[in-house]
Design a protein around this ligand. Structure first.
Ligand SMILES: [Zn+2]
Length: 278
């Protein structure tokens, strides 16, 4: 690494950290060769962009159903959901929309995004009574095979109603299969149905472009990302702990991190977000 790059990194870090104790102003390094222009002048013609900013970040949460059945790890009552959201808001977090997230329209480190997977029939009530009541706009990820087809799923009109409320509707497979290399090799038609046909179906349902994908079970392989991109999605969510950054250079758009909220992990997840808030 050249002295110039080291100096620029040092300057950027110092600028982020604020003035040093005992120094009222940042002084340029004094040991540089005499022929080099001042650092500020170098910056104007050598730096191709700005340094990535880790401070502007958001954390994406995923819930599933709201029956209040304690024996289902991913299920909560509406009251439990409300308490979770209130605890997070009390830490100073605010909820931004998924759309603002993927296009980097946010700042600071206390941003959350709510997503609801699988299109359970309890989602509309959760939206109306819990999320909307708190001014939170969640996004929903649905898979067409069950919509209106099972007793536990939303109907098409439910999805359209959420769309009308401003909820982004994303794609979560067609039959909710493992969209990975194994499926790609064993059943190409099924693999493509999970990505391509699912997109067509969801777009026909909402009348809007479906440009965000959530891998069912969070399962993916390199070929999954390639095909999701080829299908025309602009973003895709995996399941892993991590932040989405406002600076797109820090994100993999086809493997954005997202965390599923379960009865088993809520306390630990909350503790993590508590530490982040400090
Ligand atoms: Zn799912």
């Amino acid at each position: 690494m050249s002295r110039y790059i080291r100096a620029c990194l040092a300057l950027a870090l110092l600028a982020l950290a604020g003035p040093l104790p005992g120094s009222s102003a940042l002084q340029p390094p004094s040991a540089g060769p005499a022929h080099e222009p001042p650092l500020a002048a170098q910056a104007s013609y050598r730096i191709p962009g700005t340094l990535p900013d880790l401070a502007d970040r958001a954390f994406v949460l995923c819930w599933h159903s709201f029956l209040g059945q304690a024996d289902i790890p991913t299920d909560f009552s509406l009251a439990e959901l409300g308490s979770q959201l209130d605890e997070l808001l009390a830490l100073g977090y605010r909820f931004i929309s998924l759309e603002d997230l993927v296009f980097g329209r946010f700042s600071g480190g206390l941003n959350l995004v709510a997503t609801l997977d699988d299109g359970h029939r309890t989602v509309p009530a959760a939206y109306a009574k819990v999320f909307a009541a708190r001014g939170i706009l969640p996004s929903v990820f649905v898979y067409p095979a069950v919509l209106g087809m099972t007793t536990y799923s939303m109907k098409a009109d439910d999805v359209r109603s959420l769309r009308d409320s401003g909820c982004l509707v994303g794609v979560h497979g067609y039959y909710h299969l493992f969209v990975n290399e194994q499926l790609y090799r064993s059943d190409r038609a099924a693999f493509e149905r999970e990505i391509f046909t699912a997109k067509d179906k969801v777009e026909a349902l909402t009348g809007l472009p479906a440009y965000v994908y959530a891998y069912p079970f969070g399962a993916l392989s390199p070929i999954s990302k390639t095909e999701v991109e080829r299908a025309g999605y602009a973003f895709a969510f995996a399941v892993r702990r991590g932040f989405v950054f406002a600076d797109p250079r820090l994100n993999d758009p086809y493997e954005l991190p997202r965390s599923v909220v379960t009865r088993d992990n809520w306390q630990e997840l909350f503790a993590f977000l508590h530490r982040n808030a400090r």
